[in-house]
Design a protein around this ligand. Sequence first.
Ligand SMILES: NC(=O)c1ccc[n+]([C@@H]2O[C@H](COP(=O)([O-])OP(=O)(O)OC[C@H]3O[C@@H](n4cnc5c(N)ncnc54)[C@H](OP(=O)(O)O)[C@@H]3O)[C@@H](O)[C@H]2O)c1
Length: 332
Amino acid sequence: MAESFRAFVVNQSEEGFSAKLDKLTKEELPQEGVLIKVHYSSVNFKDGMASTPDNKIVQSYPMVPGIDLAGEVVESDDNRYKPGDQVIATSYDIGTDHFGGYSEYARIPGEWIVPLPDGLTLKEAMVLGTAGFTAALSIQQLEEAGLAPEKGKVLVTGATGGVGSTAISMLKKRGYHVVASTGKESSHDYLRQIGADEIISREKVYDGKIRPLDKQQWAGAVDPVGGEQLAALLTKLSYGGGAAVSGLTGGTDVPTVVFPFITRNIKLLGVDSVHCPMEIRAKVWERLADDLKPDGLTEHIQKEISLDELPDALNTIIEGQAQGRMVVNLQK
Ligand SMILES: NC(=O)c1ccc[n+]([C@@H]2O[C@H](COP(=O)([O-])OP(=O)(O)OC[C@H]3O[C@@H](n4cnc5c(N)ncnc54)[C@H](OP(=O)(O)O)[C@@H]3O)[C@@H](O)[C@H]2O)c1
C-alpha cells in the first residue's frame, strides 16, 4: 500500500466550504474496522447533496463522501473478513459521518459490510449500489404487500434516475409490465432499452391537480420522487395497489387525501436503505445477484467514470440530469 492515496474530500472551515481531490494517508482513515482497497464506488443523489455547501447530509468535516463502495479486504480486525475477501459496504454513516467510497482505500466497521454474493462482480455491485438496493427493497416490499405481474401495470417515477432505472430493469426481469414516468423526452430510447414497456411524461402522473380519486391505472408504483407526484399517483392506483416511496427529488410535501386509502384499500410503503437491518440487507444483496439481477446491467444502465471526473458527475446528479448509474473506478 502506497504511503498516500487519492480521495475526494469535502470540508467546511473558517475559509468556507471546499470539495476537491486530495491525498490521504492510512493514518487519516478511521482507526478501527476493515481496511478495504476500493475498486468501485458510485454516484447517488445523496452524494451530490453531500458535496454542496450547507448540506444537511454530512455530519462531520472533513469528510470523504461516497455512500457506496466495493473492493478487496487488505487488513481486518474482524474475524468474519480476511485479506483478499471481496466485499460491499453501503449506507449507515458511510460518506456522511464516516469516510466513504470516494477514496482508493477505506476503513469500514465489520458490521456494515456484506460479502460480495456469488453472481455479482464488484463493478456490477456498484452499478446497483444504494440506488439498486433501494429499488430492490421497494419491489420486495410491494410484493410482500401482494403485488404480482398478473395484478397489473407498475409505475416507476424518476425513471431515468438511479433508483428508477434499476427498478425498471428489475421489474422487467420479474415479468412486470413497466410504465416509466420521466421528465426527459430525450431519454425514451434509453428507457426502452432498459425494459420500459410504456413511457409517460411526469405531467401524465401529476397535471397540476390532485383529485380525490382518479382513473385506476397501476397495481403498484416505485416512487423515488415524492412530493405532489406521489400524492397524484396514489389517486390512480388500482384497488388493493401499493406505492413504495423512497425519495424526494420532486419535493417533501405530499398533499394527499384519504379517499384512495379508505375506498381502494391502497398501501403507502416507506423504504429506507440506510438503517435497513443487516439480516434483510444481506438477503436483498443475495437476490440482487439472482432473481433481481437486471439483464444487461453493465451495458445500458451505467457509465464508468474516474475520480477526476467525479466533481462534474456530482453536479450532473444534483441538477437532475443524470441518466442511469455512474460508477466510479478508483483504480483507473
Ligand atoms: N430511502 C432511501 O433509502 C433512499 C435510497 C436511495 C435514494 N433515495 C432518494 O431517492 C431519490 C432518487 O435517488 P437517485 O439516486 O435515483 O437520484 P437520481 O439518479 O438523481 O434520480 C432522480 C430522478 O428524479 C427525477 N426528478 C428530478 N427532479 C425532479 C422533479 N423536480 N420532479 C419530478 N422528478 C424529478 C429525474 O428523473 P426523470 O427526469 O426521469 O423524471 C431524476 O433523474 C433521491 O431523493 C434520493 O435521496 C432514498
